[in-house]
Write a protein that binds this ligand. Structure first.
Ligand SMILES: [Zn+2]
Length: 256
């Protein structure tokens, strides 16, 4: 793991900003226009790690699935660096566990038999694989679809790299790109210049959608309860709280 990555992991698991800080801005943001979904366009989620699909887009995925869509969920990395410092055998075990947990999470969100696609790039190294990742994403995107991808300004380097690759992969076809933040509410202030208010939209989840999202997040058991003695969980309660209020933000870039 690179020093930059180690720093990012330490930073994102620190206590972070209070969960209420972003609420006024998110509650005032408009809802995204959902017309393309009613038109039956294909939906693809690009998730840097196993769990980002649930944390970032879980409620929306449940809504789309209930409307008859079968989203494709791409998991970019193998998730093996969730607990920096564990040995290679434990990391291998963690990768297998997280793959199984991803299937469980997607079952909670999508009732139409959606299947994840695993690219298996080593966790924490996406910046080293950005060009090939852009090609891999281009290859799996159906034409004229809605793509849910990470916000490229997210504080996590893997999220930034997947966000950039997704943006490039969607630039030359008739795709619609919605970018979801994960660690923004944890460590970026609402008035930060990286936050473009004109691009910010928020999906307000129903009770059923919130519950489905919670079940999907909880399917990632290895992130909520550390499987390794001496290590705290990657997603402690104060982090989970950031994703539990039924507000799912998406930045929708204006077409250049
Ligand atoms: Zn992630």
């Amino acid at each position: 793991m690179t020093h930059e990555m180690q720093h990012a992991v330490t930073e994102v698991t620190a206590r972070g900003l209070p969960p209420s800080l972003w609420r006024p801005k998110l509650e005032a943001a408009p809802a995204p226009r959902l017309l393309p979904i009613a038109g039956g366009r294909p939906i693809t989620v690009i998730a840097p790690h196993p769990d980002d699909e649930s944390l970032g887009t879980g409620g929306l995925l449940h809504r789309l699935s209930a409307a008859g869509c079968t989203p494709t969920v791409v998991i970019v990395t193998d998730g093996g660096a969730g607990y920096p410092g564990i040995g290679p055998t434990q990391a291998h075990e963690l990768i297998r566990t997280r793959r199984r947990e991803t299937w469980g999470a997607i079952r909670e969100l999508c009732h139409q038999g959606a299947q994840p696609i695993f690219f298996d790039i080593p966790d924490g190294t996406v910046t080293e694989h950005e060009d090939e990742l852009t090609e891999q994403i281009s290859a799996v995107l159906p034409p004229d679809g809605l793509v849910l991808a990470p916000w490229p300004d997210d504080p996590h380097p893997d999220h930034q790299a997947v966000g950039r690759a997704s943006r490039l992969a969607t630039a030359h076809a008739d795709h619609e790109l919605w970018q979801y933040p994960i660690w923004m509410r944890h460590s970026i202030q609402p008035d930060d210049p990286r936050v473009d208010d004109a691009e910010l939209t928020v999906v307000c989840l129903s009770t059923a959608e919130r519950q489905a999202k919670r079940r999907a997040v909880e399917a990632h058991v290895s992130q909520i309860r550390s499987p390794f003695p001496g290590f705290g969980p990657v997603l402690p309660d104060h982090v989970l709280e950031l994703f539990a209020d039924g507000l799912e933000p998406f930045f929708i870039p204006r077409t250049p």
